[in-house]
Ligand binder design. Structure first.
Ligand SMILES: NC(=O)c1ccc[n+]([C@@H]2O[C@H](COP(=O)([O-])OP(=O)(O)OC[C@H]3O[C@@H](n4cnc5c(N)ncnc54)[C@H](OP(=O)(O)O)[C@@H]3O)[C@@H](O)[C@H]2O)c1
Length: 273
């Protein structure tokens, strides 16, 4: 894609609405799509169908899109695996990405993300082997950038010690009560890693119901959800939304134009943790 993405449209949990919602998101103005080759939660070939319709309708071209997919270990999958379960993880990485490219009707993705390390606590040798395989895919041109998801600060530090190459993206669930993932975000900021935040609304219902935030939203002629997305951008995050609602799609994109005063950004950052 020609410029860095500003908002990711997430395609999880949409099942047979995936194609239509992907197309609607593109029609509404999203230019970055997040998916995964994990049939349990994503219908990646449905994303590909939505893209194809959008290309045919002249809404967007491949060159102006940012497409991101993920490699998911077997324990995060159901029986619908996109690779040979008996193959080595490094081979599974290549098979998974080849299948994603087929689903998405493209010969490269913009970003290829490890959906989560193999252990909840550590970055293991197995993860390093997978990361090495992902780097090979990147070197072969099948992805432009690499990312990791669902990682702790400790895992990122272990990953940094184990690999000569840092990730370009971290994609994490962002809880306000953890200072909006403050530790991981500051690790990312220091290393110019782009932090992608998901569940910004669903993980933080108390923030959305916080009376001062609601008052502020009213004052700015915005919705509480827009304030949260605007805040996310102001602190350097690349936010995700997976809304299924046409008005919310417009509102989420419009939140990029809201300017929050710096003292307000600081107040929201320290609101819950
Ligand atoms: N890496 C991972 O492990 C991982 C895990 C989870 C998600 N993700 C990615 O992140 C994407 C987003 O997931 P998410 O967890 O952030 O949740 P989500 O699926 O986007 O759900 C957001 C919720 O907020 C509502 N919403 C959205 N915009 C709104 C607005 N402007 N005003 C009011 N309500 C609004 C939506 O309702 P409506 O549909 O009615 O708008 C929906 O109920 C996923 O699709 C996926 O791509 C990644």
């Amino acid at each position: 894609m020609s410029s860095a993405p500003t908002f990711l449209y997430g395609t999880a949990w949409k099942e047979d609405r995936t194609a239509a919602l992907t197309e609607l998101a593109l029609r509404t103005g999203f230019r970055a799509i997040d998916t995964a080759n994990q049939r349990r939660h994503y219908f990646e070939s449905g994303v590909g169908e939505g893209l194809a319709v959008a290309y045919r309708a002249g809404i967007v071209t491949r060159a102006h899109l940012f497409l991101q997919t993920k490699f998911t270990y077997p324990r995060g999958q159901d029986h619908r695996l996109p690779y040979d379960p008996a193959a080595r993880p490094a081979v599974q990485v290549a098979q998974s990405l080849a299948s994603s490219l087929e689903h998405l009707g493209t010969d490269y993705v913009d970003s290829f993300v490890l959906h989560g390390p193999s252990s909840a606590y550590d970055w293991t040798d197995g993860d390093s082997e997978v990361w090495e395989a992902m780097r090979k895919e990147r070197d072969a041109g099948r992805t432009h950038l690499l990312g990791v998801s669902n990682v702790s600060l400790q895992q990122l530090e272990q990953m940094e010690s184990a690999s000569s190459e840092l990730t370009a993206f971290v994609q994490n669930r962002c809880f306000a009560r953890l200072g909006w993932d403050r530790e991981v975000r500051s690790y990312c900021n220091e290393r110019k890693i782009t932090y992608q935040g998901f569940s910004l609304l669903t993980a933080n219902p108390k923030v959305l119901q916080h009376p001062p935030l609601i008052a502020l939203a009213t004052q700015m002629n915005a919705t509480p959800a827009q304030i949260v997305f605007s805040f996310a951008r102001a602190v350097g995050m690349l936010p995700l939304t997976g809304t299924t609602n046409a008005d919310h799609m417009k509102q989420d994109l419009a939140s990029l134009d809201l300017e929050l005063p710096p003292e307000l950004v600081r107040a929201i950052e320290h609101m819950a943790g």
